[in-house]
Design a protein around this ligand. Sequence first.
Ligand code: NAD
Length: 437
Amino acid sequence: MPRVTVIGTGYLGLTHAVCLADLGHEVLAIDVDAEKIAKAARGEAPFFEPGLEPLLRKNLDSGRLRFTMSFAEVGEFGDIHFLCVGTPEGESGRADLSSVYAAAQALAPHLASPCLLVGKSTVPVGTARQLMNRMRAIAPAGGLLDVAWNPEFLREGFAVQDSLAPDRIVLGVASDRAEARLRQVYRAPLEAGTPLLVMDLETAELVKMAANAFLATKISFINAMAEICEEAGGDVIALAEALGYDARIGRRFLSPGLGYGGGCLPKDIRAFRATAAELGVSSLVSLLGTVDSINLGRRDRVVALARQAAGGSLAGRRVAVLGVAFKPGSDDVRDSPSLAVCDQMVAEGATVSVHDPVAMPSAAAKRPDLRYAPSVSEAAEAADLVLHLTEWSDYRAIDPAALAGVVARRVIIDARCCLDADLWRNAGWTVHALGRP
Ligand code: NAD
């Protein structure tokens, strides 16, 4: 069995390292963040992901998974190196590839024998080939160093199950040798019937960007429908359900509300748009620009609704915010639509009190100036307005009659359109749901 390394132990890399070890591989993982490595080596996941920590401990105990901060050790140990570093938004929406090139530069001098670098980070088309040329020029292995791209489709909140049993494996390769090695790594899921799609490097890079662009477009499409429902007096939920029965459309990702956020979709849409602009593909530039602006417009719409529900101004109003994670099942607050709404309301003079079942520590690290309440009722204490911004299942279980006893005014904005509006209205609440009467 090939020995594998994983470079970058964030949401993607740590999950990938743990799951590869669980599939039976010897895995060595590296990061430049000493605290992350120390935590992971102690068996503590540095972020919340259901099921990850027990699997991390299990594989540490088995001895198959280890952590290091030495690129020399990584080069010496591995036959296959998975690159999982971050590719955040850079200048003018372009992907910032500095971590990709820094990791490649740090690793290449230690690659003396035939090996394979496999990119999993989401990158603009052309990156893999450029990386291969740059690394071959530095690595003692020279032309015996292959580069492949194996985009990742895991969903935060379901990362472990998506990694152990992916819905497809996409391999972008430039040689049969690279394909054969990756087939060995993924032997278990392939034997279990996971579809495998082998293609060139450029197409594999584009598949990931296209998948994210499609998902974002679907979300912005239904949010545009929510806007016309609001103007025309329609109900976007009834509309989404009716659309969803058409097998060509499908119901998933047709959830109207506050729009998408997180560490992937927003920056990937902008990076893809920047690539399309560089390549002169104007149709894609305008499509993705519209998708992005519809998405950002949802945040403004929620603030406008809050202002209106507060009687024309948010100044001096107490607002309870339910949910800051960019989505349920995660503590990730990168580009969180909820935090963006909080920012705007604070800028308009509101006092915001936030609750989230798991994401308060990560939100507090980013925005220490907000108030964080240990329970929903403490967040809602004397509130003029309650905003439901992340669709945790816990919030669907709130008893509106009990909550009515603690607030100053019974007004709720359901920005995720998933609370039982009749239940809340029967308990005396005024309910505003985006795109619903
Ligand atoms: P992250 O920020 O959580 O993790 C990136 C890690 O890389 C960090 O721990 C950082 O310290 C480390 N790093 C940075 N420079 C390094 C270097 N030179 N050497 C070693 N480690 C280095 O990001 P993430 O969410 O895990 O995303 C990583 C990549 O995977 C991105 O391209 C992202 O778009 C893609 N992706 C993420 C997800 C997801 O759900 N999070 C899903 C699919 C694809």
